[in-house]
Design a protein around this ligand. Structure first.
Ligand code: ADP
Length: 390
């Protein structure tokens, strides 16, 4: 981490941050915490989880274990979150006893259930795909294709299905039987965008350059910064971000996923109340990483500068393509040879198909930032052909 504006002159009032979750997002926050002189403790089930080795302490327990969060809170000045799989009702009793949660539990509460989140967006007058609550038991009068999503605990496309015909609908219903679902219209988007933004406790908002993302099988494959979008689309995306973060009274980093249609309409797909995969480029390409920014917001430090310090960047996820125990050292060394590449490895012991094992960010020169991100996509292709030649 390069950006250490706070360490020299100001020492933060909040010195110990507890993170509910201990995967790669918490681990990358751990690196940022060290640079800021902040202690970071995590709550995560397994001592082998990525953040445990970088954290200053760990409570080994499931993320929805409220007693474990109480123990974490005893050792920390503020509690923040790495993921959404928390027991919000259970945590409310801790908030009543004075535990400081950032973002607050009331900021989280409209976001954890995808249907409730859609209703919240609709109430704010923000554009979303048309949606309905559903549970497989009622008749659906919708033309194929459409999207079916589990309302809670979905991630990385687990629990999100694009349904093309009746046969696949039946097999999906077999898989998600008994769960509350959200059905929504299929959006034939031209591109997907994401806005990573922070809001401080004083209401300051800092927005990173909007990125274009691409998913494969509903999992993020790459992010290109900055997205090749018109000024109007950029301003509209930023206006959506401001409306949302202010309305939520958000504190910390939030990731907002957007669909951009062929006629330049934006629809909000999803809000994540935490650091986000499509913001990983900020570690190597921006003045302040999203992880440092999140800590700055939750520790009541001034927000950092979101500007890119290169003309652009492309981030490619290293997704598991086999079930294996390997550290893929040779491949990582090969990836590091790419001009402008930064290789991040999460230290997971086991690879499984689709599992996020690391990512590579390649900085782009002025010449490599072109219309439509053609060169960025070619670089992503190079990364992927080294990572998984099959
Ligand atoms: P998750 O929470 O698992 O990330 P999302 O709801 O963000 O799931 O969906 C993952 C991906 O699935 C999206 O990035 C998009 O590519 C695709 N997708 C989701 N909803 C729709 C939709 N209504 N229309 C078209 N594609 C969709």
């Amino acid at each position: 981490m390069k950006s250490t504006q706070a360490t020299a002159s100001t020492s933060p009032k909040i010195q110990r941050v507890g993170v509910v979750g201990g995967g790669q997002l918490a681990a990358m926050m751990g690196d940022a915490a060290k640079a800021l002189g902040i202690e970071l403790l995590v709550q995560t089930p397994d001592a082998a989880d990525p953040a445990v080795s970088v954290a200053d302490g760990a409570v080994l327990a499931a993320v929805d274990d409220v007693l474990a969060t109480a123990e974490l809170a005893d050792r920390c000045d503020v509690i923040t979150f790495e993921n959404e799989f928390v027991d919000l009702d259970g945590l409310r009793s801790l908030a009543e006893q004075g535990v400081l949660f950032q973002p607050s539990l009331s900021s989280l509460s409209p976001l954890l259930d995808k249907y409730v989140q859609r209703c919240y967006l609709q109430d704010l007058g923000l554009p979303t795909p048309r949606f309905w609550a559903w549970d497989c038991s009622q008749d659906l009068h919708l033309d194929f294709p459409f999207a079916v999503k589990v309302r809670r605990h979905g991630y990385d496309g687990q629990g999100t299905f694009i349904v093309k015909d009746r046969e696949s609908l039946e097999s999906i219903c077999d898989r998600v039987k008994g769960q509350s679902l959200l059905v929504e219209e299929f959006v034939p988007f031209d591109r997907e965008l994401a806005a990573i933004a922070a809001r401080s406790a004083t209401g300051e908002i800092a927005i990173y350059p909007i990125v274009e993302t691409q998913q494969k099988n509903q999992v993020c494959r790459l992010a290109i910064a900055p997205a090749d979008i018109s000024l109007e689309v950029k301003s509209e995306a930023e206006a959506i971000v401001r409306t949302l973060l202010n309305s939520l009274q958000a504190v910390g980093i939030f990731g907002i996923e957007l669909f951009l249609t062929a006629d330049n309409q934006l629809l909000v797909n999803e809000i994540a109340p935490r650091t986000h995969n499509s913001g990983h480029f900020t570690i190597d390409a921006c003045e302040t990483s999203q992880f440092e920014q999140h800590l700055r917001a939750v520790c009541q430090l001034p927000l950092g500068n979101c500007d890119l310090h290169s003309a652009g960047a492309v981030m490619v996820n290293l997704l598991g393509y086999e079930s294996a125990e390997s550290d893929y050292l040779e491949k990582r060394q090969q990836l590091a040879q790419i001009d402008g590449a930064f290789v991040h490895w999460y230290g997971k012991k086991v690879s499984r198909p689709g599992r996020k094992l690391g990512h590579v960010t390649v900085l782009l020169s002025e010449e490599a930032v072109d219309r439509g991100g053609v060169q960025a996509r070619a670089i992503a292709q190079t990364v992927e052909s080294i990572w998984n030649p099959n």
